[in-house]
Design a protein around this ligand. Structure first.
Ligand SMILES: NC(=O)c1ccc[n+]([C@@H]2O[C@H](COP(=O)([O-])OP(=O)(O)OC[C@H]3O[C@@H](n4cnc5c(N)ncnc54)[C@H](O)[C@@H]3O)[C@@H](O)[C@H]2O)c1
Ligand SMILES: [Zn+2]
Length: 338
């Protein structure tokens, strides 16, 4: 079992079977709320069986439908009706959508109750459930949220190994990203083995990268920004071309690598090859560059610092730098946006 510490006293356990106990000891806990989603049903059933307190189980709508503001109200109502108190615990079982909702509800119920995250997708395990960002959607993604660490994150490698390959591929884009910003060995492993890279090695390494970045910068003022590698262009093409998030991040990393090549001599061909090795896209089809630039500008308006991107001086050597429109255009052209 790998034990990774994050935040103030919160603990991430990675192992096989549930590297139990799922809940830290806590006096006064009387009830446990288990929030699952359709895809995590078998795991939710095991979680429920492993908890020897009365459980209120709620299955959330699938995917981001669970995060819509309108879906959250009825959930609070269920907690109120069941009399869930300040010593009780919320457990989120599922992909990032389920753990985002569980964390947000935990952050806000009675001004904050304890929670545990049990991510059952690769993206959830290496990204969404780690770092204490929780949030729900109001049309736009994650407009409402809170920073609230789970006291425990439990990752079962057996569950992740049973995932459909597409869900592994998508989460692997974020793990590869972790490698490029902070773990050259992880990049090397993916280069050698592609999606055959053992998850019991990949997952703790990717989690450790995120945990270490976040531990130094919980509220995202500085260093945490490096986690956005691939996400500036990624978010734009995700929306414009309707790509799955992991695919968009893969393409976004290629675009950032091209700017990194011209500024810092970064080996963008190597990054491209590693993305292809995972069967992830390096280009988009039918995405308009001007629309992408508009979206990127709009995205950045919120922080009023102009467009800044995470670039690489080398593998594991990220820098955050302002980029101009001409550079963005060249990068978009390099991923086939015309
Ligand atoms: N809080 C953060 O820091 C953070 C970071 C990244 C992403 N996110 C959020 O995470 C969400 C995306 O995460 P996701 O891709 O895990 O999405 P998801 O939760 O929508 O899950 C994807 C699909 O996988 C299914 N599924 C879950 N477990 C499964 C299993 N074991 N086997 C088969 N299918 C299973 C789900 O039912 C769903 O249909 C987005 O809402 C995003 O905003 C949050
Ligand atoms: Zn991402």
């Amino acid at each position: 079992v790998d034990r990774i510490l994050i935040g103030d006293g919160s603990e991430i356990l990675v192992g096989r079977g549930f590297p139990a106990p799922l809940l830290p000891d806590r006096p006064g806990r009387e009830r446990v709320v288990v929030l699952g989603q359709p895809g995590s049903r078998p795991v939710t059933a095991r979680v429920r069986a492993a908890i020897d307190l009365p459980v209120l189980e709620v299955e959330l709508p699938d995917r981001d439908a669970a995060k819509e503001l309108d879906a959250i109200g009825p959930l609070y109502r269920r907690l109120a009706d069941a009399g869930i108190g300040r010593h009780d615990t919320i457990v989120g079982v599922g992909g990032g959508a389920a753990t985002d909702v569980a964390g947000f509800v935990a952050a806000t119920w009675l001004r904050g109750v304890e929670w545990t995250a049990i991510p059952t997708t690769m993206l959830g395990a290496v990204d969404a459930a780690v770092g204490g960002k929780t949030g729900i959607n109001l049309g736009g993604k994650n407009l409402i949220g809170a920073f609230w660490h789970p006291s425990r994150v439990v990752i079962d490698i057996d569950v992740l190994e049973g995932l459909p390959i597409e869900l592994v591929r998508e989460g692997s884009a974020e793990a590869l990203k972790a490698g490029y910003i902070a773990d050259p060995e992880l990049v090397g492993l993916y280069e050698r083995s592609g999606l055959d890279a053992p998850l019991e090695t990949v997952v703790p390494r990717a989690v450790a990268v995120k945990a270490s970045v976040v531990s130094g910068d919980f509220r995202e003022t500085g260093r945490r920004a490096i986690l956005n590698f691939g996400h500036t262009v990624g978010h734009a093409v995700e929306r414009l071309c309707n790509l799955p998030h992991g695919h968009a991040v893969a393409v976004g990393m290629v675009a950032a690598a091209e700017i990194s090549r011209s500024r810092h001599g970064f080996d963008a061909d190597r990054l491209r090859a590693s993305v292809e090795r995972l069967g992830l896209p390096t280009a988009v089809i039918g995405c308009d560059a001007e629309e992408a630039i508009d979206l990127i500008r709009l995205d950045k308006k919120r922080d009023a610092t102009g467009v800044r991107m995470v670039l690489l001086r080398g593998v594991g050597r990220p820098v955050v730098e302002p980029v101009d429109e001409a550079e963005l255009r060249t990068a978009l052209a390099s991923i086939g946006a015309g």
